[in-house]
Design a protein around this ligand. Sequence first.
Ligand code: BG6
Length: 248
Amino acid sequence: MLGLPDHIRACLFDLDGVLTQTAKVHAAAWKETFDAYLRQRAEQEGGPFVPFDSGEDYDAYVDGRPREDGVRTFLASRRIELPDGTPDDGPDQETVRGLGNRKNHLVLRMIRERGVEPYQGSVAFVRAARDAGLRRAVVSSSANCRDVLVAAGIEDLFEERVDGITTREQGLHGKPAPDTYLAGARLLGVEPAAAAVFEDALAGVEAGRAGNFGVVVGVDRVGQAAELRRHGADLVVTDLAQLLEGAR
Ligand SMILES: O=P(O)(O)OC[C@H]1O[C@@H](O)[C@H](O)[C@@H](O)[C@@H]1O
């Protein structure tokens, strides 16, 4: 059904990069944040300034992970370790929370200024899934998930939501751990084997594979189909509309 195996009863959708055109906004905000910090560090320590690569560094260390995990994982790749700090650390504080807050200010400003566009192919697919009787949840690492869904005008297409706020409140392990997707399946009352995961992030398809979901659909927006497959995608599309075309 809809280009998915016949036993699938539910769809679990990532948000940024799958439903909405916000992955590139996150990547731009992370680049501005990390570059300012890396430049400052290079000046203080007299070493070279090696900028954040919004392709490779973003895909490998930041994309799909909860905010603080993204900061820690990227900095660890540069052999930098910072104290966690506290949730209300100012954007200039040299802590994981401080850098995360700095990025969040930027991403919120960009979203306010540019608005949020959904992918029309994804909207068409989610509507078709609803009409076919499939259950639907959004499973995102973003604490801004609800606001982004509302800004894109698609919040009412989903029955359940597991997001960055849920992850913090319930102490779930973020992607690439499978916990948030498992929580989504539980909320919809289906076994993981009967659920499809839709993901554009390497950490996200890894989460799908780790949770033994019925099928992991990699959504390739940036030309990384082989990497998505290597990290856990069973099939890869460049847009969810392709699944509808195949189903006709
Ligand atoms: O900072 P937020 O909005 O809570 O989002 C956390 C992460 O959410 C993911 O969906 C994005 O892929 C990441 O880029 C982002 O860092």
